[in-house]
Design a protein around this ligand. Structure first.
Ligand code: SAM
Length: 473
């Protein structure tokens, strides 16, 4: 029944295969010989399949875990270097016809404030985001064919790209909206989106149906097969994710990797990103109502194992996580984080007060400003990047993966990070952040291996200093 190349959800995410995988992992969690062989395979940087990775997830031998963490750090260094790409979510509308039990946007919630941004309000939100220094957004919306039809989403994308406030610009819009049709995915592609992101929430079909009792999202197959339709519609950067806390994490982890293997088998390219959200408190949502919450230790283990299992897939951590947790998982393989996020509709231009009826999707743990996040990253030795070059240069799907596989990041992504950081420092940073950043750019410039690339980057940096913007490799 299990078939990674099938286009049927229940065949490429086979419940039977996951159960057998978990039994195999349990039976082998102390099998040091096998564990060593799996770690040795991961060391070759070719990734692991769901069975192999599940054995490592089940393994609790301290020395082996140390090896896994060290390897995750090494792979992250080799493929991504010290860059961390920054983005912000932009909530367009919280009208929703679904009944998701973990989300306060569910239809029956009558005490949340329902809002939908007008195009004028989008101008205000995006201006506020540009004034912070953001260049990359992930737009979010509830599912509501009447209030948020695809035409509304397309109009919003158009507006977002058209706004140019001072030196600001949004250069990449990623989209996190409900599963839709091939035709709509094609329209999103034509509107110039970056990644299409859709969280599976849970790969466990029975739980999925219970957690989504009503609305179009109830349909497990339609949701699970969405990425295939997105790819058919021409979108070749897709982002997967599981909402950890809903189901057993080991089940979800196997499902997530099977989904990645499926995309590779059918489309020849794996997911562009994987997100690892955990259920958070929200308006009428109490995370303790779900039995499968995971500890920070397990969370870190999952991040490290994702890194070594799919080395070419970016990993995203949102502000659902605290500064402390983010600091812990950054070295284990995270490549993108959000900063200064607001999860309410209209929250950037007009932050909601404590007294107001909220429109937010969940509570944000990391509440720092973008300047504080940039400053903190640099103090930890990370290079904050506002780069959006790849998809604008047509490096999507397997073309981006090639860059990563050929370890060309230091000659391409690294200089792009320096150029966009320079723009940020000149246009938006506090004095202290600017000082730290200028020193960092000096140091990092010397690390570009190719002399020609280093020379070009130096020249571009000079031009940025003279007021020019938007150079890229
Ligand atoms: N409505 C779209 C959909 O169904 O995919 C868009 C996604 S929604 C705006 C973004 C994601 O937030 C959801 O996919 C879900 O995983 C996550 N989310 C919902 N409620 C949450 C909560 N209480 N805590 C943390 N994340 C939550």
């Amino acid at each position: 029944m299990y078939n990674a190349a099938s286009l049927k959800a229940e065949e490429f995410i086979s419940d039977e295969e996951i159960r057998e995988t978990l039994a195999y992992a349990d039976a082998n969690k102390e099998n040091v010989e096998l564990i060593d062989a799996i770690i040795a395979k991961a060391r070759e940087r070719k990734g692991l399949n769901h069975r192999e990775a599940s054995v490592l997830l089940a393994c609790e031998i301290p020395e082996k875990l140390e090896e896994i963490y060290a390897l995750a750090e090494q792979i992250k260094q080799d493929f991504y270097g010290n860059r961390i790409v920054l983005f912000a979510p932009l909530y367009l509308s919280n009208y929703c016809v679904n009944g998701c039990l973990y989300c306060p946007y569910h239809l029956k919630n009558k005490h949340i404030a329902r809002k939908k941004l007008t195009q004028e309000e989008i101008v205000k939100e995006v201006t506020a985001l540009q004034d912070m220094g953001h260049k990359r957004l992930a737009i979010e919306a509830g599912e509501d064919p009447v209030n948020n039809p695809i035409e509304y989403i397309l109009e919003c994308i158009n507006t977002i790209y058209s706004i140019k406030h001072k030196n600001g610009a949004i250069r990449r819009v990623n989209v996190n909206i409900a599963a839709t049709t091939v035709e709509n995915y094609r329209k999103l592609k034509e509107a110039g989106i970056g990644t299409y992101i859709l969280f599976q929430e849970t790969y466990h079909k029975e739980s999925y149906e219970k957690l989504h009792p009503t609305g179009p999202k109830h349909n497990y197959a339609y949701h699970t097969e969405a990425m295939d339709r997105a790819m058919e519609g021409g979108i070749d950067d897709v982002g997967l994710g599981v909402l950890f806390g809903l189901e057993l994490y080991r089940y979800e982890f196997a499902g997530l990797l099977m989904h990645a293997e499926h995309l590779e088998a059918v489309h020849g390219v794996g997911p562009h990103t994987i997100s690892v959200p955990r259920v958070k408190h929200a308006d009428d949502i109490d995370p303790s109502a779900f039995d499968n919450g995971i500890s920070d230790d397990i969370f870190a283990k999952l991040c490290a194992l994702i890194r070594i299992s799919v080395p070419y897939t970016g990993m995203i951590i949102s502000t659902r996580e605290s500064q402390e947790v983010r600091e812990r998982v950054l070295p284990l393989g995270v490549s993108q984080i959000s900063g200064a996020s607001k999860t309410s509709v209209g929250g950037y231009a007009e932050p909601e007060t404590e007294e107001e009826v909220t429109s937010a999707q969940f509570d944000v743990s990391d509440q720092r400003t973008l300047d504080e996040v940039v400053n903190w990253l640099m103090k930890l030795g990370y290079l904050p990047s506002f780069c959006t070059a790849c998809y604008r240069e047509g490096r999507t799907g397997d073309r981006f993966m090639e860059l990563c596989k050929n370890m060309q990041i230091l000659n391409c992504c690294h200089p792009n990070a320096l150029l966009t950081l320079k723009e940020y420092l000149l246009d938006y940073a506090s004095e202290e952040t600017r000082e730290i950043g200028e020193a960092m750019i000096e140091r990092e410039l010397a690390r570009i291996p190719n002399p020609k690339a280093r020379e070009t980057a130096t020249e571009h940096l000079k031009r940025i200093g003279e007021g020019k913007r938007d150079f890229r490799f």
